[in-house]
Design a protein around this ligand. Sequence first.
Ligand code: PAF
Length: 273
Amino acid sequence: MQHLSNQLRRDNKSIGFVPTMGALHEGHLSLIRRASKENDMVVVSIFVNPLQFGPSEDFNKYPRDTRGDSEKLKKEGIGILFMPEASDMYPEGFSTQVEVEGISNKLCGKFRPGHFRGVATVVTKLFNIIKPHRAYFGQKDFEQAVIIKRSVKDLNMDIDIIVCPIVREKDGLAISSRNLYLNPEERKAATVIYGCLMETTNLIKSGIIDKARIKRFMEERLSGEPLVTEIQYASAYDPETLDALPEVKQEVLLAVALKIGKTRLIDNVLLKI
Ligand code: PAF
């Protein structure tokens, strides 16, 4: 892969990179299409990264569909699919990791210790292997995108990080590989997340900017759904620092993480006021 990338760069071809863990859906395809428009060559990686899963998380059952994924990429006309094995990425003796301090312990990071260290490490490795000019991430994993941008800046990596809008089902549910875990009842219940984000947006637009009220409104709306088993966070945050805001100003991130049954789902909207 490094040899290929060096050759592309020597030929003055721009490289757009879309890192994924496979089980490709419309969200991934939207990133790939954007990358195709903006670059001479698109590289998609598929690697279910063991480093970013906690011991009690879903690494083993994470959906894998290599054949289906390759077919989808062929249809999109994608040039290069990079699919390393865990033993290629983490050979014996591997002992260097990338930790983006502070921000990795907010929102999802609070509930998934070590997760963002695993993400920042694998993405840095993939960047070094693929040598892209641009890399594409979805806004659904907002915290991940902030962390990657930070690491790229801090470590002087010469790569543009492009964050693309969330792709939603018709009823508003953000498309995610983990939606596959939901049974039909849970799938229906999951629409509570987008409903809550939209109603909170309207609340803020109507002039309610006090964070405590916004948080209470969001939590009450989400806990009104009986299949919600845990609300991990639901509030208004500063989109740069991911700190809770005392009062909503100019730009605000409304973000939610919760469990429906055993499935953890996240979603967010970014508002400019
Ligand atoms: O968002 C994902 O699918 C993963 O976190 C990523 C960026 C591919 C790293 O494993």
